[in-house]
Design a protein around this ligand. Structure first.
Ligand code: PGA
Length: 247
């Protein structure tokens, strides 16, 4: 599985960043999963030590800028040169700050053009009885996939993160049955963009209050290829417990 630790802004001291990195290294040494550490920008430089087996590094965002006179921006090329492999794009916390689909699409393209693997976040704000949220999810996928070449599409990792489930507790996360339905639905949408067999290959992650108490349930039988983990990834003992649940 692909386990992405989105530290968000929870990790705000070098000591904590280093402790979590050491934890990630210990865990990949024993587990068969790939773990991606996604710290805030300054800590990327601090913790990156080349790709070590199944430990990889990710950024939480990427700039639209291609470089030069762009104060405060962190470009895709800057990240790529730092041995970053993944970049989270279109996280709901960034969309809430005004990042619309057009911006997300450009960021995905910047990432791909520089050899980074985009982790494209999608997810409805709420669920309605008429299942309009399904059309919303389709719209978010269409907005990105329609403009990409087949080779580019094949590189994208999709992270399904229903906004209503983010930053809560395991009890408020999605159920395994509902997740299984969403994974099927996302794969169905992707068949518009891939030959059927390739649509099965796109990695789909789930994010939204994944904790040690629910990760196993969510992993078994839902069809997800991994998880994007927020608050539970920012604490050494919780993250350790969570990864152990998968082994
Ligand atoms: P959470 O965050 O695990 O804290 O809900 C997940 C995410 O937003 O990526």
């Amino acid at each position: 599985m692909l386990i992405v630790a989105n530290w968000k802004a929870y990790v705000d001291t070098p000591a904590k960043a280093k402790a979590l990195t050491a934890c990630g290294k210990r865990l990949v040494a024993r587990a068969k999963h790939t773990i991606v550490l996604a710290p805030s920008f300054p800590y990327l430089g601090l913790i990156i030590g080349g790709r070590k087996g199944k430990l990889a590094y990710g950024a939480q965002d990427v700039s639209l800028s291609t470089g030069g006179a762009a104060t405060g921006e962190v470009t895709a090329v800057t990240l790529a040169k730092l041995s970053v492999t993944y970049v989270i794009v279109g996280h709901s916390e960034r969309r809430a700050m005004g990042e619309v689909d057009e911006i997300v699409r450009e960021k995905v393209q910047r990432a791909l053009a520089n050899g980074l693997i985009p982790i494209l976040c999608i997810g409805e704000r709420e669920r309605d009885m008429d299942a309009r949220y399904l059309a919303f999810i389709r719209g978010q996928l269409d907005a990105i996939f329609a403009s990409l070449s087949p080779r580019e599409r094949a590189k994208i990792v999709v992270a399904y993160e229903p906004v209503w489930a983010i930053g809560k507790s395991a009890a408020e996360a999605i159920t395994a049955a509902d997740l299984a339905e969403m994974v099927l639905y996302i794969r169905k949408v992707l068949t518009s963009y891939f030959p059927v067999r390739s649509a099965q290959k796109t990695r789909i992650l789930y994010g939204g209050s994944v904790e040690p108490s629910n990760i196993r349930d969510l992993a078994v039988g839902s069809g997800v290829d991994g998880f994007l983990i927020g608050h539970a990834s920012a604490d050494v003992s919780t993250f350790t417990a969570l990864v152990k649940q998968l082994s």
